[in-house]
Design a protein around this ligand. Structure first.
Ligand SMILES: [Ca+2]
Ligand SMILES: [Ca+2]
Length: 392
């Protein structure tokens, strides 16, 4: 466990800058294990090497939870001190999960020379490192392998990132090799590989790919995911509009075979992967929030099962859509106004809420009198519903 030291001024390095091109100076006395480096919005020309420090390096997204803060806190890796070490961020010293990177845009890296190849334009994880990488936008980086992120030895946590418009020979968005990795709740969008794996290439690795949105990527083979010879589980993901196949080399005919339905009653393969337009708010501006009509809402799963931040199930993609089942009036409470609203939908054809799942209080994805009974019982404190609960 790292110490959260936000309130202990002496242990927090807050870097104020309004000037373009400032460097993220990390005074050595502030970077003992457990410290936090909180970085102000700005453009930083930097190639960060964590050198084994067990520290949290975060933008103000950590406190404001506003994705625009991620967009405006940019590390540009195009001016490396050493041309052979030109990833924007490097984890190569056996870092563990207490080394954390949260809330940055990482761009213009071209990778780090690992004998024979340049790996990881945006981020390279190697040297059996296992850092935590969350809520970053990794865009317009390139490498020979793993344009956005390359993992070559290690077990990092890679969650809630957007990998956008990265390019590589193999693995335009990401390359996972010689590693054991869980990749969950990421967006892969418009990444390109010259050869294999537009979004992702899986080498000799054991990987779990859950709740990711993989759309508009391209490659000669496997515009979505190219599997070499690893062990993989690909579940509760969305694949849409990837060139030359969502999958190649993955060796499982069930993958992509839409023979069943997911929880939202959308066509899905047996792994609950869906194949629908993601419905982002504004992907051109790196805003991968979901519109209220998006079929990615509640289409994911907590693995292990967790309490969703919105709705009744986790979403696919980077940012959970915030809504509460039963709260039709969107005032944060479930009360008599919501009961009346639901009655009006069923008996008087009033307009349904968006997302419609706010009205589906028994979670059968049908709006009916059963939902009225459930919401009345919940409101009167008489019973629970697996879908209708207090959000944390
Ligand atoms: Ca949800
Ligand atoms: Ca229902």
């Amino acid at each position: 466990m790292f110490r959260f030291v936000m309130l202990i001024a002496s242990a927090v390095v807050i870097l104020f800058t309004s000037l373009v091109g400032k460097v993220i100076q990390v005074p050595s006395q502030f970077t003992s294990n457990g410290d936090m480096v909180l970085v102000a919005p700005g453009l930083y020309y930097e190639n960060l090497n964590f050198r084994g420090k067990k520290i949290v390096v975060a933008s103000r997204y950590l406190t404001d939870r506003n994705i625009s803060t991620v967009r405006s806190t940019v590390i540009d890796g195009s001016r490396p001190t050493y041309p052979d070490s030109a990833s924007v961020v490097l984890f190569a010293s056996g870092e563990d999960t207490s080394t954390v990177l949260i809330g940055f845009t990482l761009t213009k890296g071209i990778g780090t020379l690992v004998p024979g190849s340049f790996l990881g334009g945006g981020i390279l994880v190697t040297g059996e490192s296992s850092p935590t990488i969350k809520y970053n936008i990794i865009r317009k980086n390139s490498a020979i392998t793993g344009g956005g992120i390359a993992v070559y030895g290690g077990s990092p946590t890679i969650a809630h990132n957007a990998l956008v418009a990265n390019a590589a020979g193999n693995g335009g968005g990401m390359s996972l090799d010689r590693c054991r990795v869980t990749v969950t709740h990421n967006v892969f969008y418009q990444n390109i590989a010259d050869t294999n794996g537009g979004a992702l290439i899986i080498g000799t690795a054991a990987v779990e790919i859950y709740n990711n949105a993989v759309t508009d990527n391209g490659a000669k083979a496997g515009g979505g995911i190219y599997c070499n010879n690893g062990f993989w589980e690909i579940k509760h993901c969305d694949f849409f509009h990837n060139q030359n196949g969502n999958f190649a080399g993955c060796g499982d005919a069930s993958l992509g075979d839409k023979r069943t339905q997911n929880f939202n009653m959308d066509s899905a393969d047996v792994y609950m992967n869906i194949y629908l337009d993601a419905g982002y708010v504004n992907p051109a501006a790196y805003d991968f929030s979901l519109t209220c009509q998006s079929r990615l809402i509640d289409a994911g799963a907590g693995i292990p099962e967790t309490h969703p931040l919105g709705g009744s199930h986790e979403d696919i993609g980077m940012i959970e859509y915030p809504f509460r089942v039963g709260d039709l009036t969107i005032d944060g409470r479930v009360n008599v106004a919501d009961v009346i609203g639901l009655i009006n939908i069923i008996f008087r054809s009033a307009q349904v809420p968006c997302p419609i799942y706010a009205a589906d209080t028994d979670c059968d994805r049908i709006i009916s009198i059963a939902d009225v009974i459930v919401i009345i019982n919940y409101w009167m404190g008489r019973s629970e519903s697996p879908c209708l609960f207090d959000l944390k």
